[in-house]
Each structure stands twice: as structure tokens, then as C-alpha cells.
Write a protein that binds this ligand. Structure first.
Ligand code: PEP
Ligand code: MG
Length: 591
């Protein structure tokens, strides 16, 4: 890396979660090879450290054997190089010397390994024999393989960080992000990802600032660099000057002051100027978050994403475990709606033990498709939901519905779950409101027919935009196309609301569009009945509703629906409501 002195450097990305934080950078690297940690090992822990190294080597050998075994006969010749690697893994030079280095220098295995590789690589490099020269590559390759296992390549080990830092990573999966401990992690920045990715949704629910899609964060930022992360504008400043720091501090206090002001009014009902009351609910991923929803004045849970309970573990949770979690939420809100969405795994929320990797996960065996494919997994969850529903006001919500058969099939399984609970003599709710997410264009198009089968719709704009515009919601490159105000998206929303009205069922929204103050006039004017958003935005959304007049928003939406470009729509929204609703954290797309 070239020396860049102490110059201030600005990187621009996508504001994933609002707020500003200032602190030391901590690099985590999924591939785990570039950023090697170094720390001292106490005498009494040396044996354990050596064992940790041996275990990583064993895993690397097992992995290689598996690859060799799976290599087709015809390509066996190529696999020979891997045979060499398995031998190198146990080679005295690499294996023996790393163990000695841990012992004599009392340092961690990663650092010892790196040191040994640095010492032996030049020996090979300097040889004339091209065969031996190639061996230098092999040494690096096998040491990378060990390193990956030492650092824990599959999962970033966020749980082991023990200082207050800002995470810098190439990418964080939703499961990794959900393990962030708030006392340690002030915020995070990533090279990849977009605003509607689940990683960014979790950052918002944790209420920590995040900037995604920076592309060069991990290659530019170094461990312990002081950085300013501005999740509102999507900027990250490395080595900030005195002036930059002062202005960041000012903006930080202004943002926090504004949030506190909204929060104070969070418990007042959200009634428009002409007297329409609109429910504003909270989205949660974990039962603990229900407290945040109550604190912010939420009228219930509009979306409980249940898949997180299936992540970061080795096998499926039991009915009892699921029931306990759901009941925890219901017990805190016995008289308010709790909308439990059935398992939405795969897509960007893959669970290793549940299924095989897919080539196109976003278009794959995700959510309801997965559940209908694995009825025993689905039935376990349905039974847990029906049992928890006995104690409160539970609604059930089905994700990723793309055709009517999926609803019919689910209803059959629900009836089966009710029957089996009756037989088992367990308390449960026989009938509960069933809703479907409208997040696939085919469901929006068929909304009129789907409406006859169920009790409510909840529009998931995050996926609806993704699938309508054919853009990966987590991909930075196409983030500019990701807009809730794309004319195609608005027209689909209108279709869904009309279908709901015709069939007398309410239409709700739980996608991130419902959490942006500036879009509230559109949602009110369209006739959406209830909004659900990340808990921290509840006061802001309620505040926006109080400033508006439904009649005016209806006329405004009629005008919007005639426009044919996102730009014209955004401009009209901004010109009509920008001043009134200026909420200061409205940032889409890249730069
Ligand atoms: C959505 O797609 O808008 C939604 C709310 O579901 P998720 O973000 O969990 O995919
Ligand atoms: Mg979705």
C-alpha cells in the first residue's frame, strides 16, 4: 500500500443507516488473509494456541481431501497439485516452524504463521529452478488456507472484538451484522452492499451509523485510523482535519437533538390534520427489539422477521424454542397486533444447515418456496405461531408469495397444524388473520385475485423494487436504479391498493419506503392503511403524518401517477413537501 501520510481522505458510498460516529477503524476481513491480527500469548495459554493451529491445519487437510475426492476422474491430474499441498501442510518447514515460533515468541498462531511464510517464501523465490519457484506459490496458498481456518473465514468473528471501534469490512452478512454488540461497535462501513440490503436494515434497527458500497474502504482504511462515518450523506473521512472533526461533531449533535425531539412526541397518536388516524408499527428481527418499538410509540409489530432465529446456529430451532420467542413478543404487547412473518430464509439470508448454495439465490428457493418445499420445517413454525397467538393479537404474514397456489397450500398446512395441536391438547388460536407480502411483481399483478383468499396485504417495497426493476438490492453498482418513486413502482402500489379496496381488505406497508418521512404523503394519498418501519423511524413517521392533510395528498398522488420518470416524481415530491417534511436523512443511490 503506498504511503498516504496523514492526509485527509474522503470516500463516498451509500448511507445505509443514519447518524454520525467518530472513532478508530477496525478491519475485519472475511477472506481473513490480508489482515492478520497480532497479540501476545501468555505462557499458560501456549499449549492451547498450538492446538488451535493444529486444528486449523487439520481442517485445511480435510478440506483438501474433500476437494480431491470430488474431483472427477478426468481431471485427477490437476488434483495432483492439491496432493502436494496436503504434504506441504504438514511440512516441517511450515508446520514445525510455526509451532516453534508460537512457543518461542509467545505470539498468536496467525502472526507466527505469517512470519514463517515471510521467511521461507524468498528462499523459493530466489531459486533458479522454475519448479521450485512455483513451490513459493504453493506455500502461500496453503498458508492462506490455514489462515482462513484460524481466523474463521465463514463468519467474521465480531463477537470477539473487545474495544470500541468502527468496523471496516468488505461485506457483512445479515447474520454477522445481527451479532454486533452495541457497547463495542459504534458503526460500520463496507465495500459492498446497498441501502435496501438486509445488512443496512439491521444497522438501522441497531441505530448505528453505517455507510455501504464504498468499494475501497478495506483497501484504503488501516487499522486504528481515525475515521468519521456519516450515514446521512454516505461519506467516510479518513484522518479528518481539525475542521472536519469540528463540523462532524456539530452535525452529530444536531442529528441527535432532532431525533430526541421527534422521540418526545412518539407516544402521541398519528392523526392527520383532517383527522385520519394511521397506525405506525415497528419492524423487528429479534424479540428484544419489541422494547424499542414500545419506547418509540409504535402501535404494534407490523413485521417480525423470524428468520434470524434460524441463523448463527447448527440446526433448526425446535417448536418449543420458536414458541418461547414468539410468546415473549406477544406477552409484551398482548393487546396490539403482532405480525409474525413466516420464515424468509435464503436469498441474501442463507442458512448453511438448511439448504445447498444456489447459483441465483435471490431468484431461488427463498421464503414461502422453501417452506412449502420443506413442510416439516414449515409445520413446526406454524404450530409455534398458532400457540403464541393464543396469548395475544397475532397476525400471520407470508413472504415472497408469487402465485395463488402458495396461499392455498399454506392454508392447508395451517389447517393441518391446527388439527395436530388439537390432538396434542395444546392451547392455540384456531383462526387468525392471514396476510401476504406483496413483494414480487406477479403478486402485485394478481392482487385482485389474491385478495379474495386472505385478510390483508403488506407491501414489501425492498423486494418489490428489486424484482420490478431487476436490480440486486444489495449491489452498489445498480443502486441508482433503486428508487421507491420509480413510476413503475408507484403504479404497482396503486394497483395493489385498488385491489385491496375492491375486495375490502386493508393494505399495509412494511418495506423501508414506509420509514422515510418524505414518502409519507405518497402513502397517505395512495390509501395505505398502516405503516411499519424500523423502530427508530417511528416518531419521525408519526410526526410527518401529523403535518399532512389526506385530501391534499390524494390529489397530489393523482398528479404523481401521471409522471413518467423518477426524476420528475422526486422533484414534485421535493417541491411540494420537501420544506414541510425536511427530515434530514433522505439519501438514496450512490454518488
Ligand atoms: C421487503 O422486501 O420490503 C420486506 C419488508 O422484506 P425483507 O426486507 O425482509 O425482505
Ligand atoms: Mg422482502
Amino acid at each position: 500500500m503506498p504511503d498516504r501520510g496523514n492526509q485527509e481522505i474522503i470516500l463516498r458510498g451509500i448511507g445505509g443507516s443514519p447518524g454520525i460516529c467518530i472513532g478508530k477503524a477496525y478491519l475485519v476481513d472475511k477472506e481473513g488473509v490480508d489482515v492478520v491480527p497480532k497479540y501476545a500469548i501468555g505462557k499458560n495459554k501456549l499449549a492451547a494456541e498450538k492446538n488451535r493451529f493444529k486444528a486449523a491445519v487439520k481442517k485445511a487437510i480435510d478440506e483438501l481431501h474433500k476437494i480431491i475426492l470430488e474431483t472427477p476422474e478426468a481431471l485427477r491430474e490437476n488434483a495432483q497439485i492439491l496432493e502436494t499441498h496436503t504434504l506441504l501442510l504438514k511440512d516441517k518447514m511450515l508446520y514445525g516452524r510455526t509451532i516453534e515460533t508460537i512457543e518461542y515468541e509467545q505470539i498468536n498462531a496467525e502472526w507466527a504463521l505469517r512470519k514463517v511464510v515471510m521467511a521461507i517464501k524468498p528462499l523459493f523465490d530466489n531459486m533458479d529452478d522454475s519448479y521450485l519457484k512455483d513451490r513459493a506459490e504453493d506455500v502461500v496458498n496453503v498458508s492462506d488456507r490455514i489462515m482462513k481456518h484460524l481466523i474463521g473465514a465463514e463468519e467474521v468473528r465480531i463477537g470477539t472484538i473487545d474495544k470500541r471501534v468502527i468496523l471496516v469490512a468488505r461485506d457483512l452478512s445479515p447474520a454477522e451484522t445481527s451479532q454486533i454488540q452495541l457497547e463495542r461497535i459504534m458503526g460500520f462501513v463496507t465495500d459492498r452492499g446497498g441501502r435496501a440490503s438486509h445488512t443496512s436494515i439491521i444497522a438501522r434497527s441497531l441505530e448505528i451509523p453505517a455507510v455501504l458500497g464504498l468499494e475501497k474502504a478495506t483497501s484504503t482504511i488501516r487499522n486504528d485510523d481515525i475515521i468519521v462515518v456519516d450515514g446521512i450523506s454516505g461519506c467516510v473521512v479518513i484522518n479528518p482535519s481539525e475542521e472536519t472533526l469540528a463540523s462532524a461533531e456539530t452535525r452529530k449533535s444536531a442529528y441527535e437533538e432532532r431525533r430526541a425531539r421527534y422521540a418526545r412526541s412518539g407516544h402521541l397518536p398519528a392523526k392527520t390534520k383532517d383527522g385520519l388516524h394511521m397506525a405506525v408499527m415497528g419492524n423487528i428481527e429479534l424479540p428484544e427489539e419489541v422494547v424499542a418499538v414500545i419506547d418509540r410509540g409504535g402501535d404494534g409489530i407490523g413485521l417480525y422477521r423470524t428468520e434470524f432465529q434460524y441463523m448463527a446456529r447448527k440446526n433448526f430451532p425446535s417448536e418449543e424454542e420458536l414458541f418461547e420467542h414468539y410468546k415473549d413478543v406477544v406477552d409484551v404487547m398482548p393487546d396490539k397486533p403482532v405480525t409474525i412473518r413466516t420464515l424468509d430464509i435464503n436469498g441474501d439470508k442463507a442458512v448453511a444447515y438448511a439448504s445447498e448454495p444456489e447459483e441465483n439465490p435471490v431468484l431461488g428457493l427463498r421464503a414461502i418456496r422453501y417452506c412449502l418445499h420443506k413442510p416439516e420445517v414449515f409445520l413446526t413454525q406454524l404450530r409455534a405461531i398458532l400457540r403464541a397467538a393464543y396469548y395475544g393479537q397475532v397476525r400471520i404474514l407470508l413472504p415472497m408469495i408469487s402465485r395463488i397456489e402458495e396461499i392455498q397450500e399454506t392454508k392447508r398446512l395451517l389447517a393441518q397444524a391446527v388439527d395436530s395441536l388439537k390432538k396434542d391438547g395444546l392451547p392455540h388460536q384456531k383462526k387468525l388473520p392471514i396476510g401476504v407480502m406483496i413483494e414480487v411483481p406477479s403478486a402485485a399483478i394478481m392482487a385482485d385475485s389474491l385478495a379474495r383468499e386472505i385478510d390483508f396485504f403488506s407491501i414489501g417495497t425492498n423486494d418489490l423494487i428489486q424484482y420490478t426493476m431487476a436490480i440486486d438490492r444489495g449491489n452498489r453498482q445498480v443502486a441508482y436504479l433503486y428508487s421507491p418513486t420509480a413510476p413503475a413502482v408507484l403504479r404497482l402500489l396503486k394497483m395493489v391498493v385498488t385491489a385491496g379496496e375492491r375486495n375490502n381488505i386493508p393494505v399495509f406497508m412494511c418495506g423501508e419506503m414506509a420509514g422515510e418521512g418524505i414518502y409519507v404523503p405518497i402513502l397517505l394519498g395512495l390509501g395505505i392503511k398502516e405503516l411499519s418501519t424500523n423502530p427508530q423511524s417511528i416518531p419521525l413517521i408519526k410526526n410527518a403524518i401529523r403535518l399532512l392533510n389526506v385530501d391534499q395528498t390524494k390529489k397530489f398522488v393523482d398528479k404523481l401517477l401521471k409522471l413518467t420518470t423518477t426524476e420528475k416524481i422526486e422533484r414534485l415530491v421535493e417541491n411540494t413537501y420537501g420544506d414541510l417534511l425536511n427530515n434530514g436523512h433522505h439519501n438514496h443511490g450512490g454518488h
